[in-house]
Design a protein around this ligand. Structure first.
Ligand SMILES: Cc1cc2nc3c(=O)[nH]c(=O)nc-3n(C[C@H](O)[C@H](O)[C@H](O)COP(=O)(O)OP(=O)(O)OC[C@H]3O[C@@H](n4cnc5c(N)ncnc54)[C@H](O)[C@@H]3O)c2cc1C
Length: 449
């Protein structure tokens, strides 16, 4: 076991993936990991996540893909204009290799299996350790926890999700450094690090497939992934097992983007809200609402446009850096990509001490920040394209005609939607890694001269 310590705060998909990737790629034992998790054990919320080709390629490289419990490969996503008449299916997004659903629990269990203690164990897990803040000095980082204790580390990776205390402290530090010389920039840095509401609520539920079939044997929700589009609202539905269909009903408050959220971020909701919100929509939507049993209402928030994921010895990873809306199905995949690039950089044979590790963090920031921020923007844009939001429609789409179901306008909207999605298969994270490796090696070579 080495004497250089990396503290990972947060044992979610991102934090655990980083530990797995370090374990796989480290070729010497110069470092060890302290993993601090706020909860009393590792847990996952929600039923499933979507894996696109970028994410699958990482799991294949790690030799994990075949061991994951994947379900339902959807080769396409179909789009309907569903609010006003005439309603129609206007676009079919063809997904090369399909998109795969996986159960969160299966992913969590496999990550834990990969980390199971062995004779060369370099990982110590600390449960019920909720990070509150940290202080950096010339020799390392002091972590402070909610239970009043502290711990030291050489590097800190904040992977605590949307409400990350690491992000809050990092941006408070960055702002205070420029407060005197550039107060406006200080204010911008503090603002950009805050959780920001998108103006959209998501009502999430699981429908009983048998019940829906009995009520509406021809419902399009039964067998295919559909995105049902309309002004200021949309619905996403996809079968996740032989017995269940995952459905999200979205409702956007006009001009709500960036507003302060008033009210809880998650609350129980009733089917009457959906019946009222979607009363003029096509029948498949109202019939689906009638059989809702349990439902929760989520305010969809994001972390938008962080200019840096690294400050000195501290890095952000996953949702703490780029929590995004659900529309792009990329939050978990982006956390895994962060972990892949950061893990491989820190495991590089020429990274072996504080100075080289800091160089690795700098490269991680340079490579991952543009991609993570781009994914946040794509995700936001997609949701607003589904809802015909004027500011997000491409210049060649006439909004009034698209809202009136003009076939040519909807075809152009469909093309714009496909273009946003292409990120998921146009290039692979391996290319990002090759770039990161080149930057690291060039940087370290320059330092030696
Ligand atoms: C209901 C739901 C459905 C989703 N569906 C999809 C999907 O289909 N596809 C997709 O790609 N993404 C999806 N996402 C997003 C995806 O889950 C996240 O992007 C992903 O989990 C981010 O991983 P993470 O490790 O950064 O954060 P998280 O998974 O949030 O993990 C953070 C971890 O840190 C711990 N923690 C929190 N605070 C502290 C603290 N102060 N100190 C120490 N530990 C702390 C938490 O207990 C948790 O274990 C969904 C999210 C939700 C909520």
């Amino acid at each position: 076991m080495g004497n250089f310590t990396i503290a990972i705060c947060g044992g979610g998909i991102g934090g655990l993936s980083l530990a797995v990737i370090l374990k796989k790629y480290l070729t010497s034992d110069w470092l060890n990991i302290d993993l601090y998790e706020a909860g009393p054990k590792f847990t996952e919320i929600g039923a499933g996540i979507t894996a696109w080709e970028r994410t699958r390629s990482i799991f294949r490289t790690l030799g994990m893909w075949e061991r994951l419990d994947t379900h339902v490969v959807n080769p396409s996503v179909r789009f309907r204009k569903s609010d006003t008449k005439p309603q129609c299916t206007f676009h079919d997004l063809r997904v090369p290799h399909g998109q795969t659903g996986l159960t969160r629990l299966s992913l969590l269990n496999l990550l834990l299996e990969c980390l199971a203690p062995d004779s060369t164990s370099f990982l110590t897990t600390h449960f019920s350790k909720k990070l509150v803040s940290y202080e950096q000095d010339a020799d390392g980082v002091t972590l402070s926890f909610a239970d009043g204790t502290t711990a030291r580390a050489d590097l800190l990776v904040g992977a605590e999700g949307l409400a990350s205390p690491t992000r809050k402290k990092m941006y408070a530090d960055m702002a205070s450094k420029v407060q005197e010389s550039d107060p406006q920039e200080a204010e911008r840095l503090l603002k950009v690090a805050q959780i920001s509401w998108t103006g959209t609520y998501a009502y999430r539920t699981m429908l009983d497939r048998g019940k829906l079939r009995a009520r509406a044997p021809n419902s399009l929700m039964l067998d295919t992934t559909f995105i049902w589009c309309g002004e200021d609202k949309h619905v996403v539905s996809y079968p996740i097992s032989p017995t269940l269909i995952n459905v999200l009903y979205f409702d956007t408050v006009p001009a709500g983007l960036g507003k302060i959220l008033t009210g809880p971020s998650v609350a129980p909701a009733s089917k009457d809200e959906i019946l009222a919100l979607y009363k003029d929509w096509e029948e498949d939507i109202s019939v689906s609402a009638e059989i809702i049993e349990d439902m929760t209402k989520w305010a969809i928030s994001q972390i938008r446009g962080l200019p840096h994921y690294v400050d000195g010895r501290v890095a952000l990873l996953g949702d703490s850096a780029h929590a995004m809306t659900t529309h792009f199905g990329a939050g978990a995949g982006q956390a895994v990509e962060d972990a892949y690039i950061l893990g491989r950089l820190l495991a590089h044979p020429r990274v072996h001490d504080a100075s080289t590790a800091r160089a690795a963090l700098g490269v991680y920031d340079a490579v991952r920040q543009p991609i993570g921020s781009d994914a946040v923007e794509r995700s936001l844009r997609l949701g607003f394209l589904y809802e015909f939001q004027a500011a997000y429609l491409p210049a060649d789409v006439d909004r009034a005609r698209a809202c009136a179901s003009d076939v040519a306008e909807l075809a152009r909207l469909g093309a714009a939607i496909s273009e946003v999605y292409e990120f998921h298969w146009a290039a692979m994270p391996e290319q990002d890694w090759e770039r990161a490796q080149g930057l690291l090696e060039a940087g370290l070579a320059r330092e030696r001269v």
